[in-house]
Ligand binder design. Structure first.
Ligand code: ADP
Ligand code: MG
Length: 617
């Protein structure tokens, strides 16, 4: 029998190895951008054509390579980043396997121009399918410029399995997002067929997140910051309200490297427990800094799955950090209102065996937010029908006495609930607590830790917004017919805008019809709005809508709700009666996100007691 085992030629071995590292154009982008980062670049430009099928060009201003290194770089296991196995445990660079360039050169046509900063001339190398086609001196800029053409030209099977351009482009964008978020101090740009997708100047983490995901994310970012000897956890998490039903804004980084970590994801999700709308995932951008010896980045060829030495401990720290951040920003309501006299719960000191665990009965129809006496509404809001506000009550209920159900309420006029059961008495609610309206703009009320200041307009916007969203989600239409239908004209662009949001307005209870050329007729308005001319509300709604920042059709309904809330909320300068204030505060704290207005402005703030003491020193 003849011997049959043969060594594979390098080119074939490289092609096979390439399969592990380079699955698609996005992998090339990732590897080359990481190399540029390792080379100390402060500016990295990526140009692609046809989602990377025809061209991927990466230009960096990093250290460049010497003539010999330029040639060596394409050899398998050629790396400048480690010398011995032990170095792996102290790795701070993105690469170290020395595989990427060899792999890419095996399955594409590669041109590289590179020059070190102190050199006069640079080096040009052309390699195609692992064959060196040319190497010569070239005059070029400092740094390195890679052009990868015809990816997978010699691996038809791979080329065939590439997805449509839109999909491949999405992968590239997502790689760019990861690497740009991991390195906010480096400037990045990405162009597809000359069209800019990202132009990100060097900045900090927060600005980088905003530059990538849009201004609207900014107000919802809550900083996370915990330093322990084992790990430093920093970055931002999103407000529960902003959580989406789809993945897309969840990022973990370790030592400036993006990583996937399903187990740590659970830690974050647990920290958000009970405060997320159902089936949603909060945004997070969480950066871990650990001693490189703590992690093993070597377990995966693309280095995205990372093993931690002290995984359980870091899990705990992560969860606590997220909890703390949520608590600090009062997302998990944690304000303790001052009560006139605290309630002592007597504890039986003997017969422990007989102590029964108290049963907690939750009355789902319990509503502490209705008042005993009928009062005039302070706002153009007349809640003929009103969605339930019990989402957040669990937390806020704790603030009140447990005397629910003791006083049946005969009439409830402010935000009446469509429930038949006995709502709680007014004493359970904010009434009886101290507050004053200040400058017809703010409401001041003492809380345990100091003095809480509430912005009346923003508070009302928040209340209305959540209600409108709920109406939109539940499709509960509560329209009130106008006695005298109103007609009005709009200019062409406002008319187009109005037509485009007409369906959402209908869902909110507006009965508006187009009545000839740019003329509309309002037959009915949401039951929730009673005062104010419907035409004026529509006009200011359109104004708000035009001015509201942000995007896209998917958010259109939210924008309608925001705009309507802003257009119909009580304004500054409006004097409020005590029961109206009380109602406002109660309704605010029944909201899911009481701390922020629908456009992300602060609704309230607490001036700490210490500040008063300091002020009077
Ligand atoms: P690794 O990054 O794992 O070391 P690569 O195959 O990606 O392996 O790169 C091989 C070597 O080529 C690197 O170690 C580095 O010395 C050099 N190199 C690659 N890209 C660049 C670049 N953009 N600037 C300077 N040197 C580079
Ligand atoms: Mg590399």
């Amino acid at each position: 029998m003849p011997d049959i085992i043969q060594l594979l030629p390098d080119s074939v071995a490289n092609q096979i190895a390439a399969g592990e590292v380079i699955q698609r154009p996005a992998s090339v982008v990732k590897e080359l951008v990481e190399n540029a980062i390792d080379a100390g670049a402060t500016e990295i430009k990526v140009h692609i054509k046809d989602a990377g099928r025809t061209l991927i060009q990466i230009i960096d201003n990093g250290c460049g390579m010497s003539v010999t290194d330029a040639r060596m770089a394409f050899e398998r296991h050629a790396t400048s980043k480690i010398r011995s196995v032990n170095d792996i445990f102290a790795i701070r660079t993105m690469g170290f396997r020395g595989e990427a360039l060899a792999s890419i050169a095996a399955i594409a046509d590669v041109e590289m121009r590179t020059k070190q900063h102190d050199e006069e001339v640079g080096t040009f190398i052309h390699i195609s399918g692992s064959k060196v086609i040319a190497q010569e001196p070239v005059s070029c800029a400092n740094g390195t410029n890679f052009m990868i053409k015809n990816l997978f030209f010699n691996v038809p099977a791979r080329r065939k399995f590439l997805k449509p351009n839109t999909t491949e482009l999405k992968h590239i964008i997502s790689e760019m997002q990861r690497v740009a978020l991991a390195n906010p101090g480096i400037s990045f740009s990405l162009y597809n067929n000359q069209t800019p997708i990202y132009e990100l100047p060097a900045s900090n983490k927060r600005l980088r997140i905003v530059a990538i995901f849009g201004k609207s994310i900014n107000p919802s970012l809550i900083p996370v910051d915990t330093a322990t000897s084992l790990v430093k956890v920093s970055g931002f998490i999103g407000q529960p309200k902003q959580a989406r039903k789809t993945f897309g804004e969840q990022f973990f980084f370790v030592n400036n490297r993006y990583m996937k970590h399903p187990f740590f994801h659970k830690a974050v999700m647990q920290a958000y427990e009970k405060i997320l709308p159902p089936d949603t995932i909060p945004s997070y951008f969480i950066y871990f800094d650990v001693d490189p010896a703590e992690i093993d980045v070597n377990i995966h060829p693309t280095k995205t799955e990372i093993k931690f030495e002290n995984e359980a401990a870091i899990w705990q720290i992560l969860q606590a950090s997220v909890r703390e951040a949520l608590g600090k920003f009062n997302i998990v309501p944690s304000i303790d209102f001052d009560q006139a006299g605290s309630v002592e719960i007597p504890m039986p000191l003997k017969d422990f065996a007989d102590v029964k665990i108290p049963e907690i009965k939750v009355d789902p129809t319990y509503n502490p937010f209705v008042q005993k006496t009928p009062g005039r509404n302070y706002s153009p809001v007349n809640h003929a029908s009103r969605p339930s506000v019990d989402r957040n009550l669990e937390h806020w209920q704790k603030l009140y006495d447990d005397t629910a159900n003791s006083n049946p309420v005969s009439q409830a006029s402010f935000f009446p609930e469509p429930v038949q059961s006995e709502p709680a008495s007014r004493e359970d609610s904010f009434a009886g607590k101290n507050f004053i309206q200040f400058k017809n703009k703010y409401i001041l009320t003492p809380v345990k830790s100091g003095l809480m200041v509430i912005d009346q307009k923003r508070a009302h916007e928040r209340i209305l917004f959540e209600r409108f969203m709920q109406v939109l989600d539940n499709q509960e239409i509560a329209s009130q017919q106008q006695l005298f239908p109103e007609t009005f004209d709009l200019n062409a662009s406002d008319a187009t805008l109005l037509v485009s949001i007409l369906d959402d307005l209908k869902a909110l209870g507006f009965d508006i019809r187009e009545f000839g050329h740019n003329t509309f007729i309002i037959n009915g308005t949401p039951g929730m709005l009673s005062a104010g001319s419907p035409r004026e509300i529509i006009e200011s709604l359109l104004e708000e809508f035009k001015n509201s920042s942000g995007d896209l059709k998917e958010r259109a309904r939210e924008k309608v709700a925001v705009s309507l809330a802003k257009a119909s909320a009580i304004n500054y300068g409006q004097l409020l009666k005590p029961d109206e204030i009380s109602e406002l505060i109660d309704s605010l704290f029944a909201c899911q996100t009481p701390n922020f207005s629908p456009t992300g402005k602060k609704v309230l703030s607490i001036m700490p007691l210490d500040d008063f003491e300091r002020m009077l020193k």
